[in-house]
Design a protein around this ligand. Structure first.
Ligand code: NDP
Length: 455
């Protein structure tokens, strides 16, 4: 999408007035405004093709969360001091199902970050074809360096408030950055204790109490299924490709595993301190042990593979030459200069495992260079899709096998790729998966909102 000197390509008066109003009301929420503007720009041809979206002010309604909850989270640390954090749950849109979206525990969490994630979640969940609305939550608590006891007391306090607002047919949270199996377990235990009910109120649960096989792997695997569908549609594959994966958490680890299975080689990975390069291919099992068992820094990889290289600082990872880049760490981790470095070194495609990891300048650079670009809300939808499958299994009181869930995940990701490609083509932007994802995700939610009247 070409932009004018102000960086704006939108001309539609209705969309511009919604955006102006949004900027006025949310001036201190840069991440949310970035996410909203990106979607609104893509929707221009859709709004112009169907006057009902303007008549019923669907866009003005979809950018406003249905409900925002902010709350105090007091807890006692190991030295007996009382700590206080700020918790959030943004229930953005329930037109097509109960609110669904993860919880993020990280010091950078604020209302803007949670609103951007919740807004993206509306379209992502719609793309999965499963009945899930959009929501997101979290806290500015940092689990890093905390004891298990501190994490448990924090999670119990967080859930003591959150349980008032969620439920298996209302809002079903999951994990995200800083919220893995340990945290989900503590959160679920407290919900069960307070509400006296054993229900599928959270996803990402342990296998012994209602979790789904393949949920842990789902976002990373799904990302690769999406990328693979795109490559194959263009006569290519992962076979023999050099791949750079940022991060070394849940998404990154399983993206690495699937890249290998598909014939590629992951040569670099990172954490927030620095990145490692191993020309022989990074073994995901070592990263899993470092991050999930030892909870150590990625630098430790050198203890296992002394021939690998470690570089301090995480942003330099985008200067490592690769065919495919899979950003799987955090928002805005690839800026315009990093995107240019990737392209100059021969990168042919960027598929987003993290949420909004590319800045608008980076996306403009991908489009200018004509490389493949799989946007987060489509490419990383495998996690929430499998959460949806976990909800189905909980409702049925049944557990499906790993292969059953994995096959469904693969089918969903291939379907998402096809839907994005088709929507882009239908609205005259063939090959633009970013626009295709926004449009395909929007149409289902907007249609449901039209049917349900003004509410
Ligand atoms: P984790 O907490 O498991 O891992 C996050 C990883 O990213 C850690 O290795 C962390 O390193 C690293 N990291 C954080 N900031 C930076 C940075 N600036 N540069 C390099 N590395 C960094 O989170 P997830 O893997 O679950 O989530 C990663 C991304 O994927 C997020 O954007 C999340 O919203 C998104 N996502 C996750 C889904 C899931 O199912 N888990 C589903 C869909 C999207 P460190 O340990 O140093 O902090």
């Amino acid at each position: 999408m070409r932009k004018d000197a102000d960086g704006m390509s939108m001309k539609n008066a209705y969309l511009l007035s919604v955006l102006e109003d949004l900027k006025k009301k949310n001036a201190h929420e840069p991440e949310f405004l970035q996410a909203a503007e990106e979607v609104l720009e893509s929707l221009e041809p859709v709004v112009e093709a169907d006057p009902r979206y303007e008549q019923q002010n669907i866009i003005g309604r979809i950018v406003e969360p249905e409900r925002v909850v902010m709350f105090r989270v007091p807890w006692v640390d190991d030295s007996g001091r009382v700590q206080v954090n700020r918790g959030y749950r943004v229930q953005f849109n329930s037109a097509i199902g109960p609110y669904k979206g993860g919880l993020r525990f990280h010091p950078s969490v604020n209302l803007s970050v949670i609103k951007f994630l919740g807004f993206e979640q509306i379209f992502k969940n719609s793309l999965t074809t499963l009945p899930m609305g959009g929501g997101k939550g979290g806290c500015d608590f940092d689990p890093k360096g905390k004891s298990d006891g501190e994490v448990m007391r924090f999670c119990q306090s967080f859930m003591t408030e959150l349980q008032r607002h969620i439920g298996p047919d209302t809002d079903v949270p999951a994990g995200d950055i800083g919220v893995g199996a340990r945290e989900v377990g503590f959160l679920f235990g407290q919900y069960k204790k307070i509400r006296n009910e054993f229900t599928g109120v959270l996803t990402g649960k342990g296998l012994s109490y209602g979790g789904s096989l393949a949920r842990t792997e789902a976002t990373g695997f799904g990302l690769c299924y999406f990328a693979d569908a795109c490559l194959r549609d263009n006569g290519q594959s992962f076979q023999g490709k050099r791949v750079v994966v940022s991060g070394s958490g849940n998404v990154a680890i399983y993206a690495n595993q699937k890249v290998n299975q598909l014939g590629g080689r992951v040569v670099a990975m990172s954490d927030s301190n620095g990145y490692i390069v191993d020309e022989n291919g990074i073994d995901y099992k070592i990263i899993k042990e470092i991050k999930e068992v030892k909870r150590a820094r990625i630098k430790t990889y050198l203890d296992y593979v002394p021939s690998a290289k470690y570089v301090e600082g995480c942003s330099g990872i985008w200067t490592v030459p690769c065919d495919i880049a899979l950003p799987c760490a955090t928002q805005n981790e690839i800026d315009g200069a990093s995107a240019q470095a990737l392209i100059a070194n021969g990168c042919k495609g960027v598929f987003e495992g993290a949420n909004m990891p590319s800045t608008p300048q980076a996306i403009a650079a991908y489009q200018e260079a004509g490389i493949f670009f799989g946007p987060a809300k489509a490419a990383n939808a495998g996690g929430v899709a499998t959460s949806g499958l976990e909800m189905s299994q909980n409702s049925e009181r049944l557990s499906w096998t790993f292969d059953e869930v994995d096959a469904k995940l693969k089918g969903i990701m291939e379907g998402i790729y096809a839907a994005c490609a088709a929507a882009a083509e239908q609205f005259g932007m063939k090959g633009n998966l970013q626009a295709g994802a926004n449009i395909a995700g929007f149409l289902k939610v907007a249609d449901a909102m039209l049917w349900q009247g003004v509410c």
